[in-house]
Ligand binder design. Sequence first.
Ligand code: NDP
Length: 274
Amino acid sequence: MTDHYAVIGNPVSHSRSPQIHAAFARATGQDLSYEALLAPLDGFAATVREFADRGGRGANVTVPFKQEAYVLATRRSARAQAAGAVNVLVFDGGEIFGDNTDGAGLVIDLRHNLGFTLAGSRILLLGAGGAARGALLPLLEARPAAVTIANRTAAKAQALAREFAARAGTTPLDGCGFATLAGRRFDLVINATAASLAHEAPALPPGLYAPGSLAYDMMYGKGETPFLREARAGGAARTADGLGMLVEQAAESFLIWRGVRPPTAAVLARLRAS
Ligand code: NDP
């Protein structure tokens, strides 16, 4: 019996997830189908129910429905609760379990694909929207030396830092606007803003990149982003886009659904080549 999965979003036709999960299924010998489902902007819950009713076992959720998926879930993982958003659903009888693998995907990409040591590093997280929120707990759990959240609207970064203060434990965590970053240096700068979508770079002061530092843009697929171009010119030793994060969050979803983690290197290499 083939098990059915889907990615639900709007728009969704551009999604690489069907291609990624088909490759995972082949690599692990799992019998499953995976389709892209366009949900009307006012019809996310109905689309989910319809898919579950026709035998769907689980779904990924993408823009702009991650918060709605959080509300729809009847049970949520701790990391989904921290993120306030859900990108993986599991249908189990009448229950809908919601999880969030975006942050884990980021951390796995940084560690395993890019060989970056998060423990002891000074991290700058740019943005205070859904992507930044989802990344925060997995980053803090990697025991960095310190995490700074910086956002165009400083108050949102400060609020996010306050909200996560208890989860940060002894790791220093602060929130600020971009201008306040002047004079500070970081080992890892993650762009979790939507600036790249508008072909812009966040307006950062110069001198942020420590020797050997990595600049990471969660955005992928549109060539080098203005953020990565500026980072390279501004002293970042290495740059990376978010394609690895996409593949690793998919692998974490696959693990939740199928109990087996697929190999990711060949899939990532093939996507990069295309
Ligand atoms: P949100 O809309 O929730 O948040 C947008 C954030 O970007 C806010 O902090 C906003 O600041 C900031 N921002 C928007 N435009 C600019 C700009 N021109 N300059 C500086 N800051 C700006 O978006 P998400 O958090 O959902 O997504 C952010 C990015 O992450 C997207 O590019 C998305 O594609 C990517 N992403 C990648 C994933 C992957 O698998 N690789 C997974 C999830 C997301 P303000 O508060 O001031 O408005």
